[in-house]
Design a protein around this ligand. Structure first.
Ligand code: SF4
Ligand code: SF4
Length: 213
C-alpha cells in the first residue's frame, strides 16, 4: 500500500512518545553530553591501526602494502613504506609504515580500507568526539595517533575481534607447523651423509678382516 512505510514510522514515533511517559525503555533520546548511550557493536566512525603487545611501533600489524591507500575513495590515506623490515605476527620479515596518515576531515567512514586490508591491520573505531578548531592539522592523524591496541578492538567490536584472533591464531599455527617440518627436514638431510658414511665404514671392516685371514 502506498505510504504504508510512512504510516508505520509515524505509529512507532507516536508509540515511543506516549510510552516514554510511563516507560524508560521508550525514551529514545538522552540528554547528551551529560547522559550517554554506549555505542552498539556495529558502530563505526573513523579507522585506527591495530597493534599487538605493549609496543605500538613493534606490534603494528600494518605491512605498508598500500592497498587501502589505493582503494580509499576520497584518497585521504597517505603511506610511506619503510626501508627496513620487522617480523610480523608469524615471524616473517615485513615492511612497515614509516609514515601512515589519515585525514579524518576527509574520511567518509565507508570502511573500504578495512574490507581490503589482507592483514587485519586497520579497523573502524567508535570514537566520535573529535571536534577541534584546527581544521587541518588537528584532524590529520599520524600513525602514532592512529595506533590502538588489540584490546581496544576487543572492547568496541568483541565478536569481530574474537573472529579475527581465531583466524590469526590458525594462520600462526599453520606457519609454526610449516617451520617445524622444514627444520626437521633440514636436520634429517644434514644427518643423512653422516649415516651413509657410518654404513660405509661398517661394510669396509669385514673386508679388511677377510684379507688378514
Ligand atoms: S573509511 Fe573510507 S574514506 Fe575513510 S580512510 Fe577508510 S577507505 Fe578512506
Ligand atoms: S592497513 Fe592493511 S591494507 Fe593498509 S597498508 Fe597496512 S596492511 Fe596494507
Amino acid at each position: 500500500m502506498l505510504g504504508e512505510g510512512i504510516l508505520k514510522g509515524l505509529a512507532e514515533t507516536a508509540r515511543n512518545f506516549a510510552g516514554s511517559f510511563v516507560s524508560a525503555e521508550r525514551l529514545t533520546t538522552v540528554q547528551y553530553p551529560e547522559q550517554r548511550i554506549a555505542p552498539i557493536e556495529a558502530t563505526r566512525d573513523f579507522p585506527f591501526l591495530v597493534y599487538d603487545g605493549a609496543d605500538w611501533e613493534a606490534g603494528m600489524r600494518c605491512v605498508a602494502c598500500q592497498i587501502c591507500e589505493k582503494e580509499c575513495p576520497p584518497q585521504c590515506i597517505y603511506i610511506e613504506k619503510s626501508k627496513d623490515k620487522k617480523p610480523d605476527f608469524v615471524g616473517k620479515p615485513q615492511f612497515y609504515p614509516a609514515r601512515f596518515d589519515i585525514d579524518i576531515s576527509v574520511c567518509m567512514s565507508c570502511q573500504i580500507c578495512v574490507e581490503v586490508c589482507p592483514f587485519e591491520a586497520i579497523k573502524m573505531d567508535t570514537e566520535f568526539e573529535l571536534s577541534t578548531e584546527d581544521r587541518f592539522g588537528g584532524l590529520l592523524f599520524d600513525r602514532k595517533e592512529l595506533a590502538k591496541p588489540n584490546e581496544h578492538y576487543h572492547k568496541i567490536h568483541p565478536t569481530e575481534a574474537a573472529e579475527v584472533d581465531a583466524r590469526l591464531a590458525e594462520e600462526k599455527a599453520k606457519a609454526d607447523a610449516k617451520a617445524k617440518a622444514a627444520a626437521e627436514a633440514a636436520a634429517a638431510k644434514a644427518a643423512a651423509p653422516a649415516k651413509t658414511a657410518a654404513v660405509g665404514d661398517a661394510a669396509a671392516k669385514p673386508a679388511e678382516g677377510a684379507s688378514r685371514a
